[in-house]
Ligand binder design. Structure first.
Ligand SMILES: [Zn+2]
Length: 390
């Protein structure tokens, strides 16, 4: 039975109509699963802790090219400010408007259409797979990370992966991401002893200790960048004492900071540094300092090479423009997938992602499907083992 052609706009609209605000699935994965099943994909739900995830594979042979993404979306925010219902998936003046249009139901639909076309033309000389999670925009604990661990444990091989996050900056395909900076957050709590400002010897003021620590942390220039990466930066995001009285030494002072770091550092090395500075700032202090460090992702880079090159070439062929190879922006699920295989990220123009009136030209979704189709073609040309002559 020949696979029916997939209309990426219709599929994107069907996905947007499912209000899958993290952690809700709202039937979004079922829409996707139905479309993939029609194309011959074997679909598996991989739920973890109530989060729905989907792994779908077409074919059993290697190599296995995977597309990764998420069907969950961020909340709509100020509903009144939207020009239309964010889950109506309205087509207006050639644009598709709705929550998830660019991040990233549009790109998922584009890949499914590309897979259908490639299958129809007999270009899938190996396997195509999709790893789609319902927990990317939240804490991302039970989404891609859990699925990647489970697949690795059962010996499933993914050879290369493309993540469909909205990487394009101004026009479709102008930027692809080949790495990401790491991210580490820290909550610092200085516990002192409350007392009267006139009797400091009976109290332990946490405020000067916190100031000393933050000053020391801010003083260090982390680095001047790393090949392909911006310099690492540390930002203090809040300092809180909440003491309304001018004659009371407060009992506690807290602060939060975040570091975005390149491969000059690891989460562990930065965590050790913060804890060391905390110990130094607290020397001679009667109270105690806590630094709760949370590492949400390590920095990584997929070295420019044949895989990155074939994706860049596919973009250039379809759009006439060579994409810039970038590592900028926040973290993405690529941080988990890179543990399995080389990963690049390529998707729609991200200008309106997470914003009111999130939207994308319908033509961009069609063009992205064209780019993905070329990636699939080139991938199997480059990586499929040639059939041995008898
Ligand atoms: Zn996203």
């Amino acid at each position: 039975m020949p696979a029916a052609a997939v209309d990426p706009i219709a599929l994107a609209r069907a996905l947007i109509r499912r209000p899958s605000v993290t952690p809700a699935d709202a039937g979004a994965l079922k829409v996707l699963e139905d479309a993939l099943t029609q194309l011959g994909f074997a679909c598996r739900r991989m739920p973890f802790e109530g989060i729905e995830n989907l792994y779908a594979r077409l074919g059993k042979a290697s190599p296995n090219l995977c597309f990764a993404g998420h069907t969950d979306v961020v909340p709509v925010g100020d509903l009144e400010a939207w020009r239309c219902d964010p889950f109506e998936a309205r087509l207006e003046d050639g644009e598709l408007v709705g929550r998830g249009a660019v991040d990233m139901k549009g790109s998922i639909a584009a890949f499914v259409a590309a897979a259908g076309a490639a299958k129809g033309a007999g270009e899938v000389k190996g396997s195509l797979s999709l790893l789609i999670t319902g927990d990317e925009e939240g804490r991302a604990l039970h989404g891609t990370r859990a699925v990647v661990e489970a697949l690795a444990a059962e010996g499933e091989v993914i050879d290369h992966c493309m993540v469909g996050e909205p990487t394009s900056a101004e026009v479709l395909g102008d930027v692809i991401k080949i790495g990401r900076r790491g991210s580490l957050s820290t909550q610092i709590t200085v516990h002192g002893v409350q007392g009267h400002v006139a009797y400091p010897d009976r109290a332990a003021n946490p405020v000067p200790v916190l100031i000393r620590l933050l000053y020391a942390l801010q003083q260090r220039r982390l680095d001047d960048g790393f090949e392909g990466f911006q310099p690492s930066n540390l930002e203090v995001t809040t300092i809180d004492v909440g003491n309304p009285a001018s004659n009371v030494i407060p009992a506690q002072a807290t602060a939060k900071l975040n570091i975005r770091f390149n491969p000059n550092h690891s989460g562990g090395s930065l965590s050790d540094w913060i804890k060391g500075e905390a110990a130094r700032a607290g020397e001679g202090f009667a109270g105690k300092i806590e630094a709760a460090v949370e590492i949400s992702g390590e920095a990584f880079l997929t070295k420019p090479g044949p895989f990155v090159e074939l994706v860049a070439e596919a973009v250039a062929q379809e759009t006439g423009r060579r994409p810039q190879l970038s590592t900028s922006g926040g973290t993405s699920d690529a941080r988990f997938i890179r543990l399995l295989c080389p990963v690049v990220e390529l998707g729609l123009v991200g200008a309106t992602m997470h914003a009111v009136d999130e939207r994308v030209p319908a033509a961009d979704i069609e063009d992205l499907a064209g780019i993905y189709r070329r990636v699939i073609q080139r991938y199997f040309e480059a990586y499929s083992a040639p059939v041995q002559p008898q």
